[in-house]
Design a protein around this ligand. Structure first.
Ligand code: ACM
Length: 572
């Protein structure tokens, strides 16, 4: 049946029999499944042109119990798609470490479809499987013409391996419009991914409206010019680049994601990666050692030296930012919606070392050094967020100088940070750059566009194992999931994002969802065979993915400098 990600079990219950959808097929949604019914009607209804009219689930049950013959003509004549939430399924299907509410069972037979989820999310993931079974044309937004839509008689039982199945989108280095973000959410849903880590601020642009600090969008959301290619390139694009999401845009994105059982985890990066904010409000920077008023929103790449000053005023400023962030991204709407990402990565300490004010602050706070000053920043917001019922997550540098009590770690420099954090009892999202940074080049061929770092092929991503052998028992349980990240320095257009992300995100989705064997035993040939059908789905969705044979001519970027690194990436 060529499903991606592979389900726990799937079997045809007849070699040839199918259930055909028709004008009279109805959709009967039980309590808790109404949202999935709306999604199915909108998406499958659009692709097939079928009304999928709502039906009363109690009446469908009564007809079943009475073994009544299907009516002829009219609603229900072409069978019923029945959506049910059954918490008992959650308990029965609950795999260790993953949310049982995401489990589902899909049964297709002569009378139609029975889709049961442990919770609404399970019904939703089952609906994604149903769409795959309808064939690639079910991914279009309008029907191509008259045809029949058939589903094989089958039974699928499924549940995710990991609870947190994430994708990080960097919209700071290159902005994506709201429409594009919504499209990525649809693509995530199609791959059963459920956390969008939204990298909203960085040296090169601030993308979230903060009403009490309007210059963050007026001044920090755009840069006058942009380096084209790797930072060693001498080509500049002299066109301004920018964009931001209003609070209403972001609320819309959050609601759109929630309807797809995806949590949006916003990232506001502190105390490094803050040059755009410092450009807007120069007093946020280390004014005793740099003329922060002269700083631009950075148009170059790398790690800016311009970091936040460790003052009370800066803390108050960011508390104000986070107050608005908490309001836009409310807790309680999904499993991971309490999380707020505070960055914490790549904070150069040179300015703090040379700043008399920062040094005085270190002494005043009784801290040992600049690493502890970084921890002081993060600990402050760990407590501040916890006081508001929220959870802090940060990149693994937040381990340096001591990990804040409630912190969860995004382990990106390798496994080591995640291993240390998990052993210390902290939750971890594994996203090692050597494995799942999708900005890394996908092939060693010379026509790869702006090649960055080591080669990470589709197969490499497929063989990625989120739980390293050093972690066992309760420590391994702290790996709440995994995430693939795409940084956008050299991704100047939505097509370039697509090229870097797909098809590798499909392989990653299988790693995050499916119960795969150890890396070396994974059936990459089988996955590749299933990808044939999946490429047709991506075609129908209009995704500008990297074809298996390499870039199409217009996907190449001759003359734009990358930074390829030879050899396999070190596993750390
Ligand atoms: C990162 O790649 N700086 C988290």
């Amino acid at each position: 049946m060529d499903l991606i990600p592979a389900p726990r079990s799937a079997a045809r219950t007849s070699d040839t029999a199918t259930f055909a959808l028709g004008q009279g097929t109805v959709l009967a949604a039980g309590e808790g499944a109404e949202g999935v019914a709306r999604w199915l009607r909108a998406e499958i209804g659009a692709a097939t042109g079928l009304p999928l009219a709502p039906a009363d689930p109690a009446a469908a049950d009564a007809a079943d119990a009475a073994d009544a013959p299907a009516p002829t003509g009219g609603p229900g004549a072409d069978g019923v798609i029945r959506l049910t939430v059954d918490p008992a399924l959650a308990l029965a299907g609950r795999p260790a470490g993953a949310a049982g509410a995401e489990a589902y069972r899909l049964e297709i037979g002569p009378g139609g479809v029975r889709l049961t989820g442990g919770g609404p999310a399970g019904v939703f993931w089952g609906a994604q499987t149903l769409r795959q079974l309808l064939g690639p044309q079910a991914y279009r937004t309008a029907p191509l013409g008259e045809r029949t839509w058939e589903l094989p008689h089958c039974r699928v039982e499924d549940a995710p391996r990991f609870g947190w199945r994430g994708f990080m989108l960097d919209v700071s280095r290159h902005f994506l419009t709201k429409r594009e973000v919504l499209r990525h959410l649809d693509l995530m849903a199609a791959h059963k991914l459920n956390v969008l880590h939204f990298h909203l601020t960085d040296d090169q642009g601030w993308r979230i409206e903060i009403k009490r600090h309007p210059k963050l969008t007026e001044d920090a959301s755009w840069r006058p010019r942009t380096k084209v290619g790797h930072r060693a390139s001498d080509i500049w694009d002299e066109r301004p680049h920018g964009g931001f999401y209003t609070q209403d845009d972001l609320r819309e994105i959050v609601a759109y994601a929630a309807a797809r059982h995806i949590t949006v985890v916003p990232e506001i990066d502190i105390p490094g990666h803050s040059q755009a904010a410092i450009h807007a409000y120069p007093w946020l920077g280390n004014t005793d050692v740099v003329d922060t008023a002269a700083l631009d929103v950075w148009g170059d790449w790398g790690v800016s030296e311009n970091v936040l000053a460790p003052t009370e005023e800066v803390l108050r400023f960011y508390e104000g930012v986070f107050e608005e962030v908490l309001d836009i991204f409310p807790a309680g709407i999904a499993e991971y919606s309490a999380f707020v990402h505070v960055g914490g990565d790549e904070c150069p300490k040179h300015q703090w070392k040379s700043s008399p004010a920062a040094q005085a602050r270190i002494r005043e706070l009784g801290l040992a050094d600049e690493d502890e000053l970084q921890s002081w920043f993060i600990r402050h917001f760990d407590r501040w967020l916890a006081d508001r019922g929220r959870r802090l997550i940060g990149w693994d540098e937040i381990l340096e100088g001591g990990l804040a009590d409630g912190a969860t770690v995004s382990s990106w420099r390798g496994y080591a940070g995640g291993i240390a954090a998990a052993r210390a009892g902290h939750d971890v999202v594994m996203c090692p750059e050597q494995q799942v940074y999708l900005n890394y080049r996908e092939s060693g061929a010379p026509d790869e566009p702006v090649p960055i770092a080591q080669v990470r092929t589709l197969e490499d991503v497929y063989r990625f194992e989120p739980v390293p052998p050093q972690l066992e028992g309760p420590a391994a349980e702290h790996v709440i999931g995994t995430q693939a990240n795409v940084w956008s320095e050299v991704l100047e257009s939505p097509q370039r994002f697509d090229y870097q992300v797909y098809p590798r995100l499909a392989a990653f989705a299988e790693v995050a969802w499916s119960a795969l064997p150890p890396s070396a035993e994974r059936d990459f040939a089988g996955f590749s065979a299933r990808m044939e059908e999946h490429y047709a789905r991506l075609d129908a969705l209009g995704v500008d993915y990297r074809p298996p044979g390499g870039p199409r001519p217009w996907q190449r970027r001759p003359g734009v400098l990358g930074r390829p690194i030879e050899g396999p990436p070190p596993i750390v």
